[in-house]
Design a protein around this ligand. Sequence first.
Ligand code: ASP
Ligand code: MG
Length: 401
Amino acid sequence: MLIVQKFGGSSVADAQRVFNVARIVTETYDKGNDMVVVVSAQGDTTDDLIEKAREINPDASKREMDMLLSAGEQMSVALLAMAIEKLGRPVVSLLGWQAGFLTNSNYSAARIKNVNTERIRNELDKHRIVIVAGFQGINRHDDVTTLGRGGSDTSAVAIAATMRADLCQIYTDVEGVYTADPRKVQGARKLTEITYDEMLELATLGAQVLNNRSVDMAKKYNVELEVLSSLKQVPGTKVKEVAKLEDMLIKSVAKDTNVARVMLVGVPDEPGVAFRIFSLVAKAHINVDIILQSVGRDGTKDIAFTVSADKGEAALNALRPYLEQVGAKQYSYDDSVAKVSIVGAGMETHEGTAALMFEALADANVNIQMIATSEIKVSVLIAREDADRAVAAVHKRFFEN
Ligand code: ASP
Ligand code: MG
């Protein structure tokens, strides 16, 4: 079998953990598998490098930032390869460009155009374990690029997709995907399986197990993923097209505190207003999530929307001239909010799921500010101070009886 394994930063944080990973890799290799192993930078290395850059030049170009940040993964691939050498197995480490990762030139958030896996194939033919630096590639100008924070998951899935690997295992410091954050919610359970769509929603809604772009790519190329712990040898969670019916209405409760709510009170109730507002926000490169518009009354209406926590101010700045021009009564943003969501393909075929969630919130005396739904999720915006209580109440309602 061809197996791709990916190890996150915490799994290779120090020498002992590097050896732990080397052992997992060599055990799989010894069973006769071809192995491509993708690693992230050790521990907080990427954050530390960003801090180093700030001390020198807070406005450093993205090109130079990518040059700097890619160093983190260069270190970890070499260290892991050395550990495997010490265990006496043939091994070679490769940087993104050596492994054939061609990306576009969008530094700091580059997209993979293709992976030319010829070099990897050659190394596998020589029966070497191939260690590949995650998160990085090269553009057509031969400059180093990075895929954005958490990008190593995507590197691993891209290799698995291109090489049609039999399995793509994402090793991390949690044992899999849970019904809620197991560090916060007592009674949170590990899921054995979850669908791509559910995982995609969860990754986007704040669960920090998998990078959402990697899930998107896995779905597109039908790469079966397994999320599992590098520290504890127990089965993890499989992410696939169709998960077995576990008779679960919802799969997980997620919390996202990286959110701010922008309120625009008393804008004109006439055609084109939402268009003007959201094109101004888009022009400022700000992503909008939940949008709520009130019913017009006396010629005006109110619009509220959410953005990531650090973008509230910027959204208002982008809108201020327009809001002043049309005489909006009031505008502000609030970043003391949080988004709590339930996700599950089961709600597509069951009515009343949202009502159950709202009932749990009402019983816990949590006020809902905004609501958004899709076929497989319900999200509510609430006060941030209520968030942990809300997650616990909703989890209890769906999983603990
Ligand atoms: N080292 C990079 C980061 O910390 C990439 C990754 O961990 O996936 O964002
Ligand atoms: Mg990292």
